[in-house]
Design a protein around this ligand. Structure first.
Ligand code: EPU
Length: 432
């Protein structure tokens, strides 16, 4: 099992290029099942969640042709099954998108209950409410969600989401593009990846309007013919490297970003004393002076993203003063705090709130990645800590960050991948 060995205390200098958005890719790949033709998808991030989804599509009968490291061609003309294998589907959260896509195109789907990062209860009742409103019968049996359109094809309708849900918005959108008639999703989520999915579907021949607002209108069409599409840059990957520069200090140009998507993150870093400059399709991040405290409340987009909450808390661990972090999207997402405490952070968490008393320095320690973003937070903590941090469970990080170690090494970070049994030897020889 791999670990990351990080020697902290080196500021970061240079350039990092951001990959395609994970949370767009994990929806767009299943959405290709709706297309009765060939679609070419570019700017796909090389992460394990994407590999898993491509394997699932192949198993269902899709022809998957890898064009290069970041582009694939998918031909879902001859899908054989609407029943992905339990073992593959249960490993990933985004497997719930297979339900919307298969149900929308074939009128039926049987998909394992989704897995993914464990930070508490993750209901999908709003997805199911949407499918049922469109005429599906949905039941959970032996670990599978089984969905079937009662009349063979879903029917457009109006769905009001009780909570703003990214997954439910995208899943209902997928189910609706081939439905009979029009569907309206009210109280829809507005994240950049919602707009990206709508743009992908439209480029294949769908009729989706209003994505990025809280009302999305989908006029069902009979057929999606295929086409070519490039995924947007990853907002959270970019935010993670911005946070890394804030924590470690230095001066880094973060390329291939949409700065507008980063406003919610930049605003907080600026409050903390970080210099950020919009360079069109890049942002320059510089931090030389001390970090100042700030307060953060996670909210659906355009609010501060919950997927940046652990990373910003890692940065605030060494800011001057007392910061308060409110988690408003998930019931609980503070498991990583015990790991930060092992490194000397002074944080008290209770329910949705964490109170962070900034300390002068964190110290390297053996810690683990509790989940994807928690793992990113531990990398950030390791980069600014004194001494060596041994980070285990890094497979969580590799689910969602393409070549995190390579990108950080390219800007001067002393981070390397080691085999767990070799760790003592590697520590001795650690020269960056
Ligand atoms: N919710 C419900 N019922 C539902 C769906 C959601 O009550 O049917 C609640 C959730 O419990 C949560 C809130 O609504 O409190 C928001 O959940 P949402 O559905 O938006 O989350 P998701 O679609 O399951 C995606 C991302 C998460 C990210 C959230 C919020 C993917 C695969 N996952 O999850 O990303 O935290 O949106 O932005 O897109 C990550 O990338 O690390 C990650 C966890």
């Amino acid at each position: 099992m791999n670990q990351y060995l990080i020697r902290g205390g080196r500021p970061l200098f240079g350039e990092i290029t951001i990959s395609g958005a994970k949370n767009a890719a994990v929806a767009i790949i299943p959405a290709a099942l709706l297309v009765d033709g060939t679609c070419r998808i570019e700017n796909i991030p090389q992460i394990s969640d994407v590999t898993l989804l491509l394997n699932i599509l192949e198993e269902l009968g899709a022809r998957v042709r890898v064009l290069n490291r970041h582009a694939v061609e998918l031909d879902c003309h001859a899908i054989r099954s609407t029943h992905p294998s339990y073992d593959l589907a249960r490993r990933i959260r985004a497997s719930y998108y297979l339900i919307g896509a298969l149900l929308g195109r074939f009128g039926e789907a049987a998909v394992a209950m989704p897995g993914g990062c464990d930070f508490g209860v993750r209901p999908i009742d709003q997805h199911i409410k949407g499918f049922c409103a469109m005429g599906a019968e949905v039941k959970v049996e032996s670990g599978f969600i089984q969905a079937c359109a009662k009349s063979g094809r879903l029917t457009g309708t109006s769905v009001y989401l009780d909570v703003v849900s990214v997954g439910a918005t995208m899943n209902i959108m997928m189910a609706a593009v081939l439905a009979k008639g029009s569907t309206v999703i009210e109280n829809a989520a507005k994240e950049p990846h919602i707009v990206d999915l709508a743009n992908f579907l439209n480029s294949m021949g769908a009729d989706v309007k209003g994505a990025g607002t809280d009302t999305i209108k989908i006029r069902g069409v009979d057929h999606l013919a295929g086409g070519s599409y490039g995924i947007i840059p990853d907002q959270i990957e970019a935010g993670t490297y911005m946070a890394a520069v804030a924590a470690a200090g230095g001066h880094v140009l973060i390329k291939n970003v949409i700065p507008k998507h980063l406003d919610c993150i930049s605003a907080k870093l600026v409050e903390m004393g970080v210099y950020i400059e919009d360079r069109g399709d890049a942002v320059l991040v510089r931090r030389s002076g001390p970090l100042q405290k700030t307060n953060v409340k996670t909210m659906p987009y355009p609010g501060f993203p919950t997927d940046m909450q652990p990373q910003i808390a890692a940065v605030l661990s060494t800011a001057q003063g007392t910061s308060i972090v409110n988690e408003n999207v998930w019931n609980s997402r503070f498991k990583y705090i015990d790991e930060l405490k092992r490194m000397g952070a002074n944080i008290q968490a209770d329910g949705h709130v964490a109170v962070i008393e900034g300390v002068e320095h964190l110290q390297g320690a053996p810690v683990q990645a509790c989940d994807l973003r928690a793992g990113a937070a531990m990398v950030i903590a390791g980069l600014c800590a004194e001494g060596v941090t041994e980070l285990s469970q890094v497979q969580f990080i590799e689910r969602g960050y393409e070549d995190l170690v390579g990108k950080l090494r390219a800007v001067g970070a002393d981070i390397r991948v080691v085999d767990a049994p070799d760790i003592a030897e590697q520590k001795e020889a650690h020269i960056g």
